[in-house]
Design a protein around this ligand. Sequence first.
Ligand SMILES: NC(=O)c1ccc[n+]([C@@H]2O[C@H](COP(=O)([O-])OP(=O)(O)OC[C@H]3O[C@@H](n4cnc5c(N)ncnc54)[C@H](OP(=O)(O)O)[C@@H]3O)[C@@H](O)[C@H]2O)c1
Length: 244
Amino acid sequence: MQLAVIGGTGLIGSQVVRILNASGHEAVPQSPSTGLDLLSGQGLAEALSGADVVVNLTNSPTFDEASPAFFQATMDNLLTAAGAAGVGHAVILSIVGADLVPGFVYYQAKVLQEDLLKTGPVPYSIVRATQFFEFMDATIAENADESTVRLPATLIQPMASADVAQAVADVSAGHPLQGTRSVAGPEVFALDELGKITLAARGDHRAVVTDNSAGMFAAASGDALIAKDGAVLAPTTYREWLAR
Ligand SMILES: NC(=O)c1ccc[n+]([C@@H]2O[C@H](COP(=O)([O-])OP(=O)(O)OC[C@H]3O[C@@H](n4cnc5c(N)ncnc54)[C@H](OP(=O)(O)O)[C@@H]3O)[C@@H](O)[C@H]2O)c1
């Protein structure tokens, strides 16, 4: 199977390309560094020529008010070109609970991306994943100084990016779901507790202060970001991943 992996140089995309090629498919990474700009459409027709599947793993450069316009323009370009090229399956990666956090514009932008795919001309699959373990350092840095890290007690169920990539590769090599597959980590944590575990594992002696207004995850409440019924649980635990 020939797959164009847009965003194929990113954290998830590069792993998806590796997994697909190792299992005998022909997955080609596409991104600005390979001459494809999904925002302008430059290089898109060439990238999709002969592709059976397009996997879109791009990300908005910012998580702010500019993100809806990024996902609108990139999905408009993708769907128009994929429809014209006769691509038989389009896959995107979205976020568990994105529709349940109306106060976070980036998550609204991901819901917009899902809606554009669902109403577009190409058979589709949506993979929804929870937050990546790899995202924890940036989350800690968001509201930290030399002595203190401020984190909300928001519940999250994070997972290893390698497990996300495996789920995306599996769905991409299959038939279009015309629906969504959700994947999540094996354990639920309060984010402030996860911060303490992370700092302890790294020998970082800063104190974690629970602050339910700190950072972008403060916008999520209750079990919004936790896997719902039917989600597939990934194998790798956070402590296993930290120990690697
Ligand atoms: N963070 C989370 O916890 C989480 C959870 C669930 C789902 N997701 C979703 O997972 C997806 C992938 O995330 P990631 O962390 O792997 O992203 P990433 O590491 O930032 O990679 C983004 C990729 O998109 C490419 N790209 C950026 N702008 C582009 C453009 N205009 N045209 C073509 N390619 C472009 C980048 O290319 P260059 O390297 O050349 O810049 C890179 O290959 C995102 O859509 C995100 O919403 C994230």
